[in-house]
Write a protein that binds this ligand. Structure first.
Ligand code: GLU
Length: 357
């Protein structure tokens, strides 16, 4: 507890001592006074000791949300936690981080611009377009306050289809009922680019806009034929359907993907190993980086501490145990393919760690 602030028990005692002599006052006065005193002390504790820090993620059926939850708990160390040296939390002292469910990358970068999120996950393509005011950010303008903490793991562009929908190639989605995800997702942008690469537009499909979890439900009910989802494997929305043997994954490969890959340095070919999802063999597709961004206005010292705790050995265990994609979050790849500049606090950490010259 810094600055000689009293602990919570001491505070309660203090309050009791102050409030004790007021017993004779009418009840409403007592409660008003107690309320004011309590509000005052709680605010003082909050202002000095607790810093809330939001991490914008994606839909709860995706990968951003569970990985964001692991990271949020790793970097948190609320006042009163046991110290790292004594086997307690190795997060940032006083920091309470929360993973918030959102619509995905586009929503996250916009909320960082507007100040309703301190940090958020974003695909590297979306981060780059936002920072440079390109593609869907042309009209609203560049989001110049985006900075990077780290590149995290590769995300896979999934085209998930009902096994009996008669869709074997991307071109087969013509005329089918396909969810392209909601506006605000990065998935939607990738879905449109994939359609374009295969000579199709949004008008060629009967498009619906569902979050991944709702898309999975709709597919199960045969209300849609398929859905796009850009997410780290195994994404919960896809995993459950695969376990129920309801789906196939359509390859995003061949000559048509050349244009897609040439159009953005952030896309890479990816071969999903057989069994990544139960019952589904090896599939060629395209991947894009998942990155953790932070608003430029978050103080250097805080971002330095957050970066330090992200790469602390105790976080390693949480990441390895928490999600298969967590194991792929490694310091060696932290600076790979960043779509926006590093935050100065993160940069200082990487220099000290010898990862950055
Ligand atoms: N990449 C997706 C998006 O920005 C979200 C992926 C996830 O939720 O894991 O829409």
């Amino acid at each position: 507890m810094p600055g000689g602030m009293p602990g919570l028990d001491e505070e309660a005692l203090m309050l009791r001592r102050i409030l004790g002599p007021l017993k004779g006052l009418r009840v409403f006065r007592f409660s008003v006074l107690a309320g004011l005193l309590l509000a005052g002390t709680v605010a003082a504790v909050a202002a000095q000791d607790i810093r809330f820090f939001r991490v914008g993620t994606g839909s709860t059926a995706g990968t951003y949300f569970p990985v964001g939850g692991i990271i949020a708990s790793a970097i948190s160390s609320p006042p009163g936690s046991r110290s790292c040296e004594r086997g307690g939390s190795c997060g940032v002292p006083g920091l309470v981080a929360v993973a918030q469910s959102t619509r995905g990358s586009v929503d996250n970068v916009r909320q960082m611009r507007d100040g309703s999120l301190e940090s958020g996950f974003s695909q590297s393509d979306v981060a780059f377009w936002a920072f440079n005011g390109q593609e869907i950010f042309k009209q609203e303008g560049a989001i110049a306050n985006l900075r990077a903490i780290a590149n995290l793991y590769p995300e896979t562009i999934h085209l998930v289809v009902r096994f009996d929908a008669g869709i074997k190639t991307v071109a087969d989605v013509k005329g089918k009922r396909i969810s392209l995800d909601r506006k605000g997702s990065g998935t939607r942008l990738n879905a449109l680019l994939v359609l374009q690469a295969f000579g199709l537009t949004e008008a060629d499909v009967e498009g619906v806009a569902l979050a991944s979890g709702s898309a999975a439900d709709a597919l199960r009910e045969a209300e849609i034929d398929g859905f796009f989802f850009t997410a780290g494997t195994p994404a919960a929305a896809v995993q459950e359907l695969a376990e129920e043997a309801l789906i196939d994954l359509v390859p995003i490969d061949g000559g048509a993907t050349e244009g897609l890959l040439a159009g953005s340095p952030f896309f890479a070919r990816q071969v999903l190993a057989s069994g990544t999802y139960p019952g589904i063999g090896e599939r060629e597709t395209v991947s894009v980086g998942a990155q953790w961004l932070v608003a430029e206005s978050v103080p250097e010292e805080i971002v330095y501490e957050i970066t330090r705790s992200l790469w602390h050995p105790s976080t390693r265990q949480l990441l390895d145990k928490g999600h298969p994609k967590g194991a792929q979050i490694v310091l060696e790849n932290a600076l790979e393919g960043l779509g926006v500049p590093l935050h100065p606090g993160a940069e200082r950490y990487y220099r000290e760690a010898g990862v950055l010259e």
